[in-house]
Design a protein around this ligand. Structure first.
Ligand code: NAD
Length: 396
């Protein structure tokens, strides 16, 4: 038997589109799920633009005040796709009204907000999730499977980069609808919360908790015109961030992120090196995972021979994560599918009674690392993250 899941989505931008697509496709590719998303309300401040989006995606209604939306009896779940500074108030109000919550990353502007949000959803006892969608790239999920199968052995190194190139010109303004990511009061931070939050989530999912960090950040353009005031204002975000990390399992990590890497558009990569093998991933080539296996003979020392080398696995076979839902082997899926997978995992978690990860509490751990990174860049020393868990979280 199917149950309607009446959704109110807050925001119609990039993520509004990605999530609406996921709601529309879910039942076709995951028909066994009981819950059937219904696009009940689209909420955004600009009614005209919201109505245009609602028509395109067939939302039943438009609302411009999210406070009214979270109180409506005909809404089951709130999906937060608005800029970071709106997450805390929205989530706490939605939780107080018993709504399920699906929130975009980063969970919050800082740990203090993320703790209050986590407390709110836990006290309300409502299903909750954060859209760290890269865990749902089939190749990254396969990397997790490779780790779970203990094919990496004792981990030594984790290396992540997340590079883009879209804010280099000095005359790019900050703030306003399209450029809120450059305004620290709306975004909370620069690349740390926007890009490294993804890298940190993936890293802790694959390699366990990050316990301490030392970081450096740079703001290359110190002042930009603010679109809302029309005045030159100091830039408060980090344009670039590099940090060293220590993991609870004893391995070492390096993380680098910038919006100033000419030619890099969404260059999200990682590599994990262990005693028995390595995995490498690059989001600009997302259907592949590279795996190196250090062969282990029945007795004696490990050996390599003239055919030893990296294996490039095209992650499109039915036995690969999520791929039995899509096309025949060899046919790829893309970015938009990660949101469908995230939604399917979330609902499967609710229906089975084993909540999917990452939920708010799990995303709070990533927020702790982000805050520790920014604190370290200010203090110029190592900072303990205070991340709670001592084990990698469950796969789904
Ligand atoms: N998971 C991912 O890979 C990913 C990718 C991009 C963005 N995000 C996150 O998603 C969120 C939204 O980012 P985006 O790229 O979609 O932004 P966007 O600028 O494309 O869209 C933001 C939307 O929020 C609306 N909005 C702004 N303030 C609002 C308010 N006070 N009340 C109601 N609506 C409001 C805007 O009108 C717009 O529709 C951010 O938290 C961002 O970090 C996640």
């Amino acid at each position: 038997m199917t149950k309607p899941l009446r959704i109110a989505m807050i925001g119609y931008g990039f993520m509004g589109k990605a999530h609406s697509n996921a709601y529309r496709k879910l039942a076709h590719f995951f028909p066994e799920l009981e819950h059937r998303p219904e696009l009940t309300v689209l909420c955004a401040r600009n009614r005209e633009k919201a109505e245009e989006f609602a028509r395109t995606w067939s939302y039943a209604e438009v609302e411009t005040d999210w406070r009214k939306v979270v109180e409506r009896d005909d809404i089951d779940a709130i999906d937060i796709c608005s800029p970071n500074h709106t997450h805390v108030e929205l989530a706490i109000a939605a939780a107080a009204n018993g709504k399920w919550l699906m929130c975009e990353k980063p969970l919050a502007m800082n740990v203090e907000e993320a703790e209050r949000m986590t407390q709110a959803v836990e006290e309300a006892g409502i299903p909750n999730m954060v859209w760290f969608n890269y865990r749902r790239v089939p190749a990254i999920a396969l990397a997790r499977q490779i780790v779970d199968e203990q094919r990496i052995g004792r981990p030594f190194h984790y290396r992540a980069t997340y590079l883009q190139d879209w804010t280099i010109a000095e005359d790019v303004p900050q703030g306003g609808a399209a450029l809120w990511r450059l305004d620290v009061d709306v975004a909370g931070s620069g690349v740390t919360g926007d890009l490294l939050a993804h890298s940190i989530d993936t890293a802790m999912w694959l390699n366990g908790p990050i316990t301490r960090v030392v970081a450096d950040t740079e703001t290359f353009v110190k002042e930009r015109m603010h679109q809302e005031t029309g005045k030159m204002q100091p830039v408060g975000i980090d344009d670039a961030c590099m940090f060293l990390a220590r993991f609870a399992n004893g391995s070492m990590g390096t993380f680098e992120s910038t919006r100033y890497a000419r030619g890099r558009k969404n260059f999200n990569t990682f590599e994990l090196n262990g005693a028995d093998g390595s995995v490498h991933f690059d989001l600009e080539d997302p259907q592949y995972i590279d795996f190196f296996e250090h062969t282990r003979p029945a007795t004696g020392d490990k050996v390599e021979d003239h055919l030893t080398g990296w294996r490039r696995i095209h992650v499109t076979n039915f036995e690969h994560p999520y791929m039995d839902r899509w096309w025949v082997p060899g046919c790829t899926v893309g970015y938009e599918h990660t949101f469908i997978h995230a939604l399917a995992d979330f609902l499967k978690g609710v229906e089975s009674g084993t909540p999917a990860q990452p939920d708010f509490r799990n995303a709070l751990q990533t927020q702790r690392v982000c805050d520790a990174v920014l604190a370290s860049a200010r203090s110029r020393g190592w900072v303990d993250t205070g991340v709670e868990s001592t084990q990698p979280v469950a796969a789904v």
